[in-house]
Design a binder for this molecule. Structure first.
Ligand code: CP
Ligand code: NVA
Length: 303
């Protein structure tokens, strides 16, 4: 097992399935009020160089529920924000803390941090990946559909960090994934190449959202402009017109499909209010499952 949780591609199906099994156990214990202090006395540094609601709160509460202590560190208020080298910060934090969660821009930053850190480092989102979110998403699918085997997954929108991590997941777990992305907004080419070389399943990129959602069991979308791309909002609104997860697209999927969105959502852009609030939407379970799945990830890496 890898020391760090930086991208799904570093893990086997067996290792990730074990995290889902622990997630289920920890969720049941938390719901029944059974103490599960697997990380008693341990500390987690949480470094944020981008905004967050779910990631911050779920890691912070999760660490508390595991009997440990979380520390919130704002990138700009620490010496990192004044240019202290990553490799120095990483070595120092590892002398105080038992684990680190980082949300930042470049994937190279978390990779370098992990290289110099003697304690586990967890990727809480980079421009390239959002592995904890995809683990929560798949766990939500397992809860609602009884598993992920044989299901057809669809992605509509930007080939962003979420899309990249979904592609890695499809290759590892072996489910079919079709992504509808406008030209110029495809997922990362290296991620796609890795996944297609490994996958036994179909991983398809199309320009037509209808192709992607037809007969799908799981529909997924995300914002058109991710954090750090705010200045491209207007250009992106034009490029992504026609890539909205709306009632018309939903009608082409299986009637009992589930709709996922990592949140925050922009209603009227990538998803309609009717779809996110509709009967197929499981976005609140999905958000809750960030807590349970990340507890399992932390317990697995930091125990
Ligand atoms: N989905 C997600 O990562 O949300 P936050 O940006 O609020 O952490
Ligand atoms: N793709 C989005 C996900 C937010 C949780 C972003 O990176 O801003």
């Amino acid at each position: 097992m890898e020391k760090d949780f930086l991208a799904l591609s570093r893990f086997s199906k067996t290792e990730l399935d074990a995290i889902f099994a622990l997630t289920k156990e920890l969720k049941q214990k938390q719901k029944s009020g059974i103490e599960h202090h697997l990380l008693k006395g341990k500390t987690l540094a949480m470094i944020f160089e981008k905004s967050s609601t779910r990631t911050r709160i779920s890691f912070e509460v999760g660490m508390y529920q595991l009997g440990g202590h979380p520390l919130f560190i704002s990138g700009k208020d620490s010496q990192m924000g004044r240019g202290e080298p990553i490799k120095d910060t990483a070595r120092v934090i590892a002398r105080y803390c038992d684990g680190v969660m980082i949300r930042t821009f470049a994937q190279a930053t978390v990779e370098e941090f992990a290289k110099y850190s003697s304690v586990p480092v967890i990727n809480g989102l980079t421009d390239l990946h959002h592995p904890c979110q995809i683990m929560a998403d798949i766990f939500t699918v397992i809860e609602h559909k009884g598993g992920y085997e044989g299901l057809k997954f669809a992605w509509v929108g930007d080939g962003n960090n979420m899309a990249n991590s979904w592609i890695e997941a499809a290759a590892i777990f072996g489910f079919d994934l079709t992504l509808a992305c406008p030209e110029g907004y495809d997922p990362d080419a290296t991620v796609l190449e890795w996944a297609r070389a490994k996958a036994t399943s179909k991983i398809v990129i199309t320009r037509d959202p209808k192709d992607a959602v037809k007969g799908a069991d799981v529909l997924n979308t995300d914002v058109w402009a991710s954090m750090g791309q705010e200045e491209e909002q207007k250009i992106r609104e034009k490029a992504f017109a026609g890539y909205q997860l709306n009632e018309e697209l939903l009608a082409l999927a299986k009637p009992d499909c589930v709709v996922l969105h990592c949140l925050p959502a922009h209603r009227g852009e990538e998803i309609t209010n009717g779809v996110i609030e509709g009967k197929n939407s499981v976005v609140w379970d999905e958000a809750e499952n960030r807590l349970h799945v990340q507890k399992a990830i932390m317990a697995t890496l930091m125990k």
